[in-house]
Design a protein around this ligand. Structure first.
Ligand code: IMP
Ligand code: MG
Length: 177
């Protein structure tokens, strides 16, 4: 039987989102910002974050996946869908659900740098630094978490559990699906 164990509550997430939104709004100080969500995992975090930010923003999305479906991230990231909004000369803020090995975040950073963004920063709700295999910088981090598989608030296990309002670990399923 699969059971869910609470790790980060809805209130903790809301406080964290407000803190990050204030920090980002202060850092960019009324400058226009292109906010890009990495699908699918970031969609709930992004929608809360942008509604707490006080900045003139554009919003777009990017879709990527690790090249193979193995349990370990392979390091070869595949771009399924890039942004449609012109990037050249803009400040880009990438919104991620979680940075694990860092291969995805590193790929996204290069993608926007190559398109001539004026600046690229990454904001991730969760960070698992112990799993990192790259030296990518994550500029804004919500929570540092240990090496455990989390679901909820946009994060999935086999496309399930994204709708949960808080973050949970699952017990009774194989880790790293
Ligand atoms: P990275 O390229 O290894 O940093 O992969 C990051 C991606 O792996 C995230 O955007 C998630 O889609 C997925 N991922 C990593 N850890 C978790 C987790 O604990 N729960 C759900 N998805 C995860
Ligand atoms: Mg993701």
């Amino acid at each position: 039987m699969v059971t869910q164990k609470l790790v980060i509550s809805e209130t903790q997430i809301q406080e964290c989102v407000s803190r990050l939104a204030s920090l980002i709004s202060a850092d960019y100080k009324d400058q226009p910002l292109l906010v890009v969500g990495a699908l699918n995992g970031s969609f709930i975090f992004l929608s809360d974050l942008i509604r707490s930010m006080e900045l003139p923003i554009q919003v777009d999305f990017i879709r990527l996946s690790s090249y193979d479906e193995s349990t370990q991230s392979s390091g070869s990231v595949r771009l399924h869908h890039g942004v449609r909004t012109p990037v050249k000369g803009k400040n880009v803020l990438v919104v991620e659900d979680i940075v694990d090995t860092g291969f995805t975040a590193e790929f996204i950073r290069h993608y926007f740098e190559e398109q001539g963004a004026a600046s690229v920063r990454i904001c991730s709700l969760l960070d698992k630094p112990i799993r990192r295999l790259t030296s990518v910088t994550v500029d804004y981090v919500g929570f540092e978490v240990p090496d455990q598989f989390l679901v909820g608030y946009g994060l999935d296990y086999n496309q399930q559990f994204r709708e949960l309002r808080a973050l949970y670990t699952l017990e009774g399923v194989p880790q790293n699906p």
